[in-house]
Ligand binder design. Structure first.
Ligand SMILES: *Cc1c(COP(=O)(O)O)cnc(C)c1O
Length: 242
């Protein structure tokens, strides 16, 4: 109840610290400067926090619940604020219509039924949308495609020409919540390996993004090849779920 959202000053400081650590992890792993995007996950935090982050130069945001995202991000457009929103949470079919209206990318694509609905809703408003395919690599909640085989069925569905409004852009995963670094690394390395295989299998798609890494593990993720790190708590503070 007495949760205090981080002030603009704190958000600014945190963004600076995190961007610095991202750059350090990039150079440590011998990767190209600028090859990792910071996605600020603003779920459970108010519009004001998003506005503060935009003022500090943050461009990319992630939200996991469509209704909440809509309340914040539809207003941002009206205010003329420039930013890009990705949906990162498991998505019910009846939320897809609103999701595709406000987002540039759906990162949590995890079943063919969802792919069909995204195609249908995007066709209606004549919009193309980026999609990432979420793979389950060890996280407890079991979200995402459960195997490379299942993932490939979905990619075959797209490759067969069923989804002209989808732009397959890459893959997403969540590491297990554990202190065991080797398990976390394993999960990220699995996604990278599967991504490399899918690039070979599906040359018609340009898979360039690997969305992996959160507040607690983003440096490991960058070392394992992440191109998008999704960070909430470390920027905006703890979430109040009550
Ligand atoms: C909430 C959430 C995040 C951000 O988690 P933090 O630990 O707060 O950085 C990242 N990815 C997904 C899918 C999330 O739901």
């Amino acid at each position: 109840m007495d949760k205090v959202d981080n002030s603009k000053e704190v958000i600014k400081q945190q963004l600076e610290i995190i961007n610095g650590r991202i750059n350090d992890a990039i150079s440590k792993s011998g990767r190209k400067a600028g090859s990792v995007k910071l996605e600020a996950v603003s779920k459970f935090h108010p519009l004001q926090s998003v506005l503060d982050a935009i003022e500090c130069g943050q461009f990319l945001f992630g939200e996991n619940r469509v209704q909440e995202a809509r309340e914040k991000f539809s207003q941002l457009n009206e205010l003329g604020k420039k930013c890009e929103l990705h949906i990162i949470g498991s998505l019910q079919r009846n939320k897809v219509k609103h999701a595709v209206e406000i987002a540039e990318c759906i990162e949590s694509v995890d079943r063919i039924e969802l792919i069909e609905e995204i195609e249908k809703q995007c066709a209606k408003i004549n919009k193309k949308i980026k999609v990432l395919f979420e793979l389950h690599t060890g996280e407890e909640s079991k979200s995402g495609f459960q195997s490379a085989d299942e993932l490939q069925k979905a990619l075959d569905f797209c490759a067969a020409g069923n989804t002209p409004h989808l732009i397959p852009t890459g893959f997403m995963t969540m590491a297990p919540f554990t202190k065991d670094e080797s398990l976390i690394r394993n999960s990220f390395a699995t996604l990278r390996k599967i991504s490399e295989q899918m690039k070979v299998h599906y040359p018609q798609f340009s898979f360039s993004e690997l969305s992996m890494g959160m507040s607690g593990d983003y440096e490991l993720a960058i070392e394992e090849g992440s191109t998008i790190v999704r960070i909430g708590t470390a920027i905006f503070g703890e979430r109040d779920y009550s």
